[in-house]
Design a protein around this ligand. Sequence first.
Ligand code: NAP
Length: 270
Amino acid sequence: MSKREKRVALVTGASKGIGAALAEYLHKDGFIVYGTSRNPEPVDPYSQKTPTMLSMDITNPGSVQNAVAQLLNREGRIDLLVNNAGLHVVGVLETMPLEEFERCWRTNCLGALLVSRAVVPRMKEQGQGHIINISSVGGALGLPFQGAYSASKFALEGLSESMRAELRGFGIKVVLIQPGDIRHQDCRSESPAPAEYVKAFSTVMKVAWEDEEKGYPPELLGPLVLKILSKKHPRLRYSFGNVFQRLVPGAKRLLPWNLYEKALRLYYKF
Ligand SMILES: NC(=O)c1ccc[n+]([C@@H]2O[C@H](COP(=O)([O-])OP(=O)(O)OC[C@H]3O[C@@H](n4cnc5c(N)ncnc54)[C@H](OP(=O)(O)O)[C@@H]3O)[C@@H](O)[C@H]2O)c1
């Protein structure tokens, strides 16, 4: 089999949502796809019909090494890693349990680093590879009552920028995708708001959850990933979602700060 035909992809968090849709899309496009979940459904590991699911907790270095070793033992190479697995933690920064804050950061930022570190040595040997990190509009905007999530995604953005610079000379391209609202986000964890925050918290989160229900279908991410892979020099960052959400990060950079904050308050009605 030629190198071109045997493209091997690893998509973390492929049990549902964006990761499941992307793994399916890449599989149909001809990739050999491995997806991950903390509790994968038992399937025939040699079936060609669906992406192969590996057990992986991205916050656990041993679990990550073990899953990546299985993939490399079977395929011998890895062309694409999509760090998609993520956790959406919602709550008031003043009071949310610190364990929740930390769990969000460990999943959304440290997890991406651990999985990247496990695949980079083989990508370096190959002299090529892509690492695509799924960030969020929340990685460009500090969203009210989503501070833990925004902090973790801002951290992922910084990590990706640095990693891109470090790995460029080895032929490894690191890219961020910033999705807006996408239908389906199960891995939510909501800490209760104290009484004095309840009104603002519920108003803001009502808008946020409604946006998500009306969000973009996750299936549309696949073509963007293929477009990125086809570029000789992909950009650091690609946005994904409806036009409004694609424009907001740019508007934040261009608008006077007070105007931007006013627009954000108007949008979230608080
Ligand atoms: N949906 C949106 O509106 C939206 C918008 C912007 C960005 N994003 C980002 O897109 C990514 C996917 O979001 P989604 O909405 O598709 O989420 P989802 O439907 O809740 O799925 C999350 C996936 O992450 C996996 N996961 C969570 N914690 C994990 C851990 N510690 N180790 C391994 N896997 C773990 C879950 O796998 P198991 O539970 O099976 O282990 C699941 O497959 C996330 O990074 C999210 O922040 C989503």
